[in-house]
Design a binder for this molecule. Structure first.
Ligand code: ARG
Ligand code: ZN
Length: 890
């Protein structure tokens, strides 16, 4: 049963206000709701339609009188009440069982506390309600619970009353002054403590900020608090947007399906994205915390004040908010790096984001789940919190920013809030504001919202010495995706520079234009094929195309090794310099893979090693950038670039290449390690983080190659690490090696962190993602099976599932795709087991085989059997059903 975007109809009844009362009890919570409804006179009269799931109704009244049975019609997941007149008050009492709610959607229990997750459709698992985002209303919430086990009672908005009750219970009443849809509702009742700060907003209001955690974690809250304060300042400065509440709360919870949730005034977070101190969190954890805190905070305007009319518009808030958090992180890095390092710091952030986009979103866009950033249909909305909606959505917003400029973009944002504050709107409404504020026609641009698939842009240049001109031919093509066979040309901003033989950028002058001087130009490709002619080009240049990754496309540009090495050394656009290194590495790896598959001897080209060595030893280059440039493309990305994909020889090739680079450059890596040590106490700072990242990468190459001094270095670093970045870096190097020290290090790490769930997740993930450097070692699946019965592992905790199973399915293709099919059978067992308790988590794991048709025929045959086994399992959720059905459809 799929839902169509075109089927949208407005609500027949508005909810003008709702009072909720929760008598909280783990096994039997009673929810009393009073809805003040008024008829939408714009449309023909219709009953009030409420949605509900797994609810036991104890009572239903209309205007205080028990509803006559004839008034109510009920179906699968819905209930309609034939209300009369213009307004009515509906009272509903339901009973729910939070303790048995293992889906972590709705109201659930985690470590003795009560928490909610309502986006997208969790509120209907709490009480009957018009649970859709265009039903915005004011909430008043009373919580009542046992005072000893739940001393803290939180909900959205302002605390207006609290006190003791009989029988060791107590209550608190919260009122949210802003109308909101039910997906932004939240409550927390638990034993928690808070770090508090009082800050003043731009307009001079004092607000209370709180980060709530379990008692023992108070020493891990400072970074989240700092991140929140920085986010507030940034949104005031860059977008003129201020916090609109007197109080803003962040709560950490250990059991959570996703990253975090932007509930109005009460953000609930996966503990992973809150808790940090130097000896438990890595630099990357610090970075993620900063960006997720910012993301959820930014939703307060882009998501909450202006929300989505329906779930097809999800990218309206997600693409825009991801773009905002990316810009924020880049600015934070640039400021910390100082003037000299700012450009490189921004490029490093851009590289991180593009790496994810290419590995995950490009794969999604090329498979059976391909969908436009604004989908046309879905079976289960939870399956559409995707890299396409989020990350490609952010790229689409970034292209608007590029096309309109920072100021034009800001003007569009201002107009958007002036028109739509307090409303539930569509993606068209947003783009219309951008167009109106800038007097810019964006009709063709809207195709980015409706067309799925990654466009291919082909670039070819020709120099004409006689006329001193250079012509760049650009063409575009988007391959068909399921349900969308013909594609229209898109408006694609292509940032271009021309590099002279001395490695310096040439000033650009486009034919028909007078001004010259800029060295990077954004060309607007709007046709299937277009030529751009540059004049006054004194020498034949090397083109640098798609600088800064100006559009989410696959660039097809023929370059030989020499040219790639040249751009690796000279491209002034740091992103493209990195990309040249990635392209060169990809080419080398794919040749090695073909050689491995054919049983030929493997040889790493000397020019690649030389180019790599030059990067390694370029002390003028920021260490963080060098680490990015020398990190090989991910296996996930490479698999998308192979036809057909064969993970086994790919792994052989990657191991060979890592060993070769470790061996040939051993002295360089060791010398590098000696220059990189960071002294002084740990601080989360891009300069230090870059040095640690590069040092850890050096250890990885040295350990892979089995260089004794490198292994000794890793062991020494592991034996006395001062922070988690160094600890996990050293451990990762030892795990990714054939060193006999491997198991002892894993054991020591486990002993030290046995009671720290978040740190143990790293331990699980490292083992599940390990390559078999020691050819005599057992298949990794055996280790994964053993770890599943470790007392610290639990299928009930999403973080554990993602760390162990997710890492095996996603980060370890060669082991997962073992030729005997054992990985696939294991996958099916786990998907079926997970689905019975948590469909969202099960569906995420199920997706790791959706691109199965990319693999060799032998692997495909084995995968099909398991896909069919899952599809045929009894009682399968709509979530997993949609994934496997689409994977199996032709
Ligand atoms: N809106 C949240 C965020 O992007 C994600 C919530 C996703 N929830 C879900 N059940 N799919 O920050
Ligand atoms: Zn979001």
């Amino acid at each position: 049963p799929s839902i169509q975007r075109s089927d949208y109809t407005p609500l027949a009844w508005n909810v003008d206000g709702v009072d909720l009362h929760f008598a909280l009890d783990p096994a039997a919570t009673v929810v009393t709701s009073r809805l003040r409804c008024s008829r939408n006179t714009q449309i023909a009269p219709a009953p009030l339609r409420l949605l509900g799931e797994d609810l036991e109704v104890l009572g239903l009244t209309v205007d205080g009188v028990e509803a006559a049975p004839g008034l109510v019609t009920q179906g699968e997941g819905w209930l309609e009440i034939a209300l009369e007149g213009r307004s009515a008050e509906v009272g509903i009492v339901t009973r729910i069982n939070p303790q048995s709610n293992t889906s972590l959607s709705g109201l659930y229990v985690s470590r003795g506390g009560f928490f909610t997750q309502c986006e997208a459709e969790g509120f209907r698992r709490i009480t009957w309600f018009p649970d859709r985002p265009d039903a915005m209303t004011r909430f008043t919430v009373t919580l009542e619970a046992d005072a000893a086990s739940c001393p803290v009672l939180l909900s959205n908005g302002n605390l207006i009353e609290q006190g003791p009750l009989a029988g060791g219970r107590h209550y608190a009443r919260w009122e949210d002054p802003f109308p909101k849809p039910s997906y932004l509702f939240a409550l927390v009742a638990a034993k928690l403590v808070a770090l508090e700060r009082r800050v003043t907003t731009a307009s001079g209001r004092e607000v209370l900020l709180q980060v709530w955690v379990e008692e023992g974690n108070l020493d891990r809250t400072e970074h989240a608090m700092d991140s929140l304060i920085h986010s507030m300042r940034w949104d005031e400065e860059v977008f003129g947007l201020e916090l609109d509440l007197d109080r803003f709360m962040i709560v950490a919870v250990s059991d959570f399906n996703m990253g975090a949730m932007e509930n109005k005034g009460l953000n609930i977070f996966n503990a992973k994205y809150v808790l940090a101190k130097p000896d438990t969190a890595t630099d990357v954890d610090y970075e993620h915390i900063e960006s997720v805190v910012a993301h959820e905070y930014f939703h307060n305007w882009t998501g909450n004040r202006v929300t989505c009319r329906d779930w097809f518009q999800l990218t309206l808030k997600e693409g825009l908010t991801v773009f905002r958090d990316q810009q924020f992180s880049a600015d934070m890095l640039a400021v910390a790096a100082g003037d000299a390092g700012a450009a490189s710091a921004r490029a490093v952030k851009r590289i991180d984001d593009v790496r994810v986009l290419r590995a995950v979103q490009f794969a999604e866009d090329a498979g059976p789940m391909a969908h436009p950033i604004r989908p046309d249909s879905y079976q289960e909305i939870n399956n559409f919190y995707t890299a396409t909606v989020y990350e490609k959505g952010a790229e689409v917003i970034r292209m608007l920013h590029t096309l309109l400029g920072a100021e034009g973009f800001r003007n569009g944002m201002d107009l958007y809030f002036s028109y739509h504050d307090g409303q539930a709107v569509t993606c068209d409404d947003f783009v219309d504001c951008m167009a109106e504020a800038n007097g810019h026609d964006l009709d063709q641009f809207m195709r980015w919202y409706s067309q799925a698939g990654t466009p291919h842009v082909k670039a070819a240049g020709a120099y004409d010495a006689a006329s001193r001109s250079y012509t760049l031919m650009l063409s575009q093509h988007t391959p068909p995706t399921p349900g969308q066979t013909d594609k229209q040309p898109l408006l694609i901003p292509v940032a271009v520079g021309l590099i002279g033989p001395d490695g310096r950028d040439l000033p650009l002058r486009l034919e028909g234009e007078n001004h010259a001087g800029v060295t990077t130009r954004v060309l607007e490709l709007s046709e299937v094929e277009q030529s751009f002619r540059f004049l006054d080009v004194a020498v034949e240049p090397v083109p640098s195309v798609l600088r800064g990754f100006s559009a989410p496309v696959i660039l097809d540009l023929a370059e030989d090794d020499a040219r790639l090495a040249f751009r690796m050394a000279h491209d002034t656009d740091a992103f493209n310099r990195w990309d040249a290194a990635q392209r060169f590495a990809e080419r080398v790896i794919l040749v090695l893979t073909a050689d491995a598959a054919a049983g030929r001897t493997l040889a790493v080209p000397a020019d690649f090693v030389a180019a790599f060595r030059a990067l390694l030893n370029d002390a003028a280059l920021d260490p963080a950038f060098r680490a990015q440039a020398m990190t090989l493309p991910s296996e996930g990305y490479l698999i998308e670039r192979m036809q057909p994909a064969d993970p086994a020889p790919l792994r052989v090739a990657l191991m060979h290449l890592m060993r070769a680079l470790g061996t040939h450059l051993a002295d360089d890596w060791l010398a590098l390690c000696r220059t990189l040590e960071v002294t002084g106490p740990y601080r989360y700072h891009p300069t230090d983080a870059g040095r640690r990242a590069l040092g850890n990468l050096a250890l990885k190459y040295l350990a892979a190659a089995g260089v004794p001094e490198g292994l000794a270095w890793a062991q020494a670093q592991f034996a006395r690490f001062g922070n988690m970045t160094e600890g996990v870096g050293a451990l990762a190097a030892l795990v990714q090696s054939a060193s006999p020290a491997r198991e002892a290090a894993l054991g020591a790490f486990h002993a030290r962190y046995r009671d720290d769930a978040l740190v143990l997740d790293k331990w699980f993930a490292l083992q599940a993602g390990a390559w078999r450097w020691d050819a005599t070692a057992a298949p990794v699946l055996e280790r994964v099976r053993a770890l599943m019965v470790d007392p610290a592992f639990s299928l009930a905790n999403p973080n554990k599932v993602y760390a162990l199973l997710g890492s095996f399915f996603r980060a370890n293709p060669a082991e997962f795709h073992a030729a005997d099919g054992s990985g696939y059978a294991f996958w099916a067992d786990q998907v079926i087991a997970l689905d019975a308790r948590n469909p969202q988590v099960a569906a995420r794991m199920a997706r790791s085989l959706e691109n199965w048709q990319r693999f060799t025929p032998a692997l495909q045959a084995l995968i099909r059997v398991q896909l069919e086994r899952v599809a045929g399992a009894t009682g399968l959720s709509p979530d997993v059903t949609e994934i496997v059905e689409k994977a199996l459809a032709d």
